[in-house]
Write a protein that binds this ligand. Sequence first.
Ligand code: ASP
Length: 429
Amino acid sequence: MAKRNMLRSTANAYLNFPLIWKLLIGLAAGTIIGLTFGEQAAVLAPAGDLFLRLLQMLVIPLIVVTLILGVSSLTPRNLGRIGGKVMGYYLVTTFFAMALGLGIALLVHPGRGLSVDSNGAEQAEEAPSLTDVFLNMFPENIFLALSQGDILAIMFFVLIAGFALAYMNDHEDKEINEGAQIIRKVFKTGQEIVFLLVRGVLEYSPIGVMALIAVSIGEVGVEALVPLGKLILVVVGATLLMLAFYAVLLGFFKASPIKFFSAARAPMLTAIATRSSSATLPVTTRAANQLNVPKRISSFALPLGATINMDGTAIYVGASVIFVADTLGVQLTFGEIVSVLMVGVLASIGTAGVPGAGLIMLTMAVGTTGMSMAPIALVAGIDAILDMARTMTNIVGDLTGSKLVAASEEKAAKKNKSTAEEPAGSEAS
Ligand code: ASP
């Protein structure tokens, strides 16, 4: 009996301890374990994989329920406007991020001092062509897309199904009308269920974070960290600048950066540990709710962002291309740098939010310059560390986007309201 009471009170103490502290402790413990035990830390891998599995298990149900609910409450015009804003933001910030990575690396030249023999060229994984990326958005078989976790294809189907559901609200047949209401109610309950599951999984997250970090740091090892430290510093430095840029953007739209980053802490730590924007999606969605981003915006902007908006990855590609050139002693021309910029931005659209995806983008970008792929092997050695920084930035970028779009929609709604209240004859918006 006493034993059971003790167990219960330990469990309660754990549950009542703030999540963010538990996550930070997990992160610190994982780093220490990884540095101390090196590759032996791999014994913890199953504990980390369990966390990843639990998160991934929730991604598709989350996208389906939130997106269907979000879209079915929108008119096509509203969705078009919100979609336009979201896409515009994603493109502009990705360009900026890529330029930031390239610019800082051109100032610091992180690869000088290391030299790589270009003969032992590394065969890199093929990146999909842009036509394939586009066509794959339209699923031939929705069940296949669901079972393969093909996010863009699932989003496309759910979007049109959501629209169709919205139409049923005005259907002349009363029965169909009522049926549509029931479907919406079912999805609404489904959404609450998924959110509850996310809360549960998050209680396990500190242990998962500890294990994932220990394994990644153990794999990379201190030996690799030192010579490639400059590249790590450049990427981490540029991602911090990017975070500052988001803070400025938020301030510009009168959203408090302090509140924003305090809500963003949990998804940021989850992204660092999982190195996957898609796996972090349930936690990012929860943060968007805490930031009062309407679900009609977050349900659309966040899954889309997790798949196509990768500011951190763009920074990494920019900086690493310069690193590769440095180690080969190549001086890139301005034209080559511009083509790297364009390819990098486009490639980021086609890359999935999974660990290590950025490395494929890097190969694509290096490929456009015609340089040897050999130094990519060096970058690959520390990719786990760089992936932590870039994935964290990727999800903050998505969250910032949804918050900004929400703020601008709110502003437009207020303006419309005040113009509607103004006497006739005053300026219309
Ligand atoms: N891991 C990153 C993400 O999920 C993608 C990348 O490898 O750059 O956002």
